[in-house]
Design a protein around this ligand. Structure first.
Ligand SMILES: *Cc1c(COP(=O)(O)O)cnc(C)c1O
Length: 479
């Protein structure tokens, strides 16, 4: 029955009592369902009232779907489903960018994800010492592993690398000077800026050299009793080329040690894999920084290490022990899920081959181009079976996550040109349909063609990707 008069709108209790809402109430809860139903009925009421006024003065609108109880029900169910969509949900990353900052940086392997689930879904030994039957410290588990793995005296773990740098500077250099090359006063993105972090930690920045050239004597000249430390910052997502000069890490370490000062190195990416280091030629590794004599090294858990978001500080006990007592450590401490993920990820690194197989960012980065090409060809074959014309073309890949900004490595992409498909929506509509899928697909749209790089797509996501693509190419905008 078409409803034309606001008085004919259903009463909320009767409306929601209908059995077609039973499942919705079970899934979304009674309160959200009734709230949504109320909103839909209220909106329908205002529309009817407006139309009433409008009909008196202007032509009645003709083309509207007649308002019925069924239509109201449908609107409520659709809105409930839309609102219940989680904000953070899995996506298929077909961009080929391995450490995509907007897509959650490093994905976990099933092994690591399972471990997190196991520990997070019940009680755990997070801060329990079995031998002493007393309180332990949440960080000891990972810190022991880091010392063993990297052959360092001490380690400490916080929420992210920004917090790590902050803790190091606050502990070692509060109200004292820290010498940094002007070529390393960088902004990393996400508002991490070296001068600002230093200001927050109350370390006094002593910039030396120029943007492009810094010499050892630049550091030597400003060393005084006020100096607390020398700081080196990896310029991560930015490179200087041409007439440049910087001091080697080893020389800096020697200079610091001659004055009994620590050299701090904000390494950023934290590459632990020799195989990955060989691929990303100009990314410094944690091992090389240790070898060069750096006293305190900070790096991220979720960049080239491939673990959870975390800030890892390793180095000499004499500097790190004070950080354990610092009140900021309590503010920056990690959650158990992070610590479990980090522990399991670190354990994999005791064997290069195991790390390569089970740390997803390593598997993705180190896959042989020929193997990726074969996989992409099989994928294109499957698409052709569904009448989608797909070609396999050479492409390039970047690591992302602010690492190796100049490095483009050989890769392969499956390419679709919507113009070759009669009746298909425009490239940008297909692209937005893909992003609107229940498992959103993020690909690259270049000159009206869609590029899918399978390097960052899990094998078990391929079929879903194909389903989503078929759907995206059939429908007009799904908005
Ligand atoms: C990425 C990065 C940071 C910030 O690390 P988060 O873990 O994202 O907080 C700090 N310093 C450098 C050099 C970086 O590359």
């Amino acid at each position: 029955m078409t409803i034309t008069n606001p008085r004919d709108l259903p009463k909320i209790d009767e409306f929601i009592g209908d059995e077609c809402f039973a499942e919705a109430i079970e899934t979304f809860g009674y309160m959200p369902t009734i709230k949504t139903a109320r909103a839909v009925i209220d909106e329908a009421r205002s529309t009817l009232l407006n139309q009433g006024e409008c009909n008196a003065t202007c032509h009645p609108s003709t083309k509207e779907t007649p308002l019925t109880c069924e239509l109201l029900t449908q609107r409520v169910l659709e809105r409930l489903a839309r609102d219940a969509k989680p904000g953070i949900r899995p996506v298929i990353n077909a961009t080929g960018v391995i450490l995509h900052t907007n897509l959650g940086r490093a994905p976990f392997s099933k092994k690591v994800a399972d471990a997190v689930y196991e520990v997070a879904s019940t009680y755990s030994s997070l801060e329990y010492d079995f031998e002493q039957k007393s309180r332990g410290h949440r960080n000891t588990h990972v810190e022991k592993l880091l010392c063993e793995l990297l052959n360092v005296e001490a380690a400490i773990v916080v929420n992210n690398n920004a917090a790590g740098v902050m803790l190091v500077l606050s502990t070692l250099a509060r109200d004292r000077e820290v010498i940094v090359s002007r070529g390393e006063l960088v902004e990393i993105g996400g508002s991490f800026r070296i001068p600002e972090i230093m200001e927050e930690s109350r370390a006094i920045l002593r910039g030396v050299g120029t943007t492009n050239r810094t010499h050892l004597h630049d550091y030597e000249r400003v060393l005084t009793d006020e100096t607390a430390a020398l700081l080196r910052v990896h310029t991560s997502n930015f490179r200087l080329i041409g007439f440049t000069k910087s001091v080697s890490t080893k020389e800096l370490a020697n200079l610091a040690h001659e004055h009994d000062l620590p050299l701090i190195y904000d390494l950023g990416s934290g590459c632990l894999s020799p195989q990955l280091a060989a691929l990303l030629t100009d990314e410094p590794t944690v091992a090389s920084a240790i070898e060069d004599g750096v006293d305190v090294i900070c790096f991220s858990g979720d960049k080239l290490l491939g673990g959870p978001q975390a800030g890892i500080i390793v180095g000499k006990e004499r500097y790190i022990s004070a950080m354990r007592e610092h009140p900021l450590l309590r503010a920056f401490r990690c959650d158990k899920m992070t610590l479990v993920a980090l522990e399991y990820t670190l354990r994999l690194y005791f064997d290069d081959e195991m790390a390569r197989r089970h740390v997803p960012i390593l598997s993705m980065a180190l896959v042989e181009p020929e193997e990726l090409k074969r996989r992409t060809e099989l994928f294109a074959d499957k698409l052709r079976m569904h009448d989608i014309q797909a070609t396999v073309e050479p492409s390039s890949m970047v690591m992302g996550g602010g690492t190796a900004p100049e490095l483009y490595l050989e890769s392969w992409a499956c390419v679709i040109d919507p113009a070759l498909h009669k009746g298909a929506p425009s490239p940008s509509v297909i692209d937005s349909n893909l992003r609107a899928s229940s498992r959103p697909v993020i690909c690259r749209l270049i000159q009206d063609r869609l590029f899918f790089d399978l390097r960052t797509v899990r094998c078990d996501e391929e079929d879903l990707l194909i389903d989503n693509l078929l759907h995206a190419m059939k429908t007009e905008s799904r908005s």
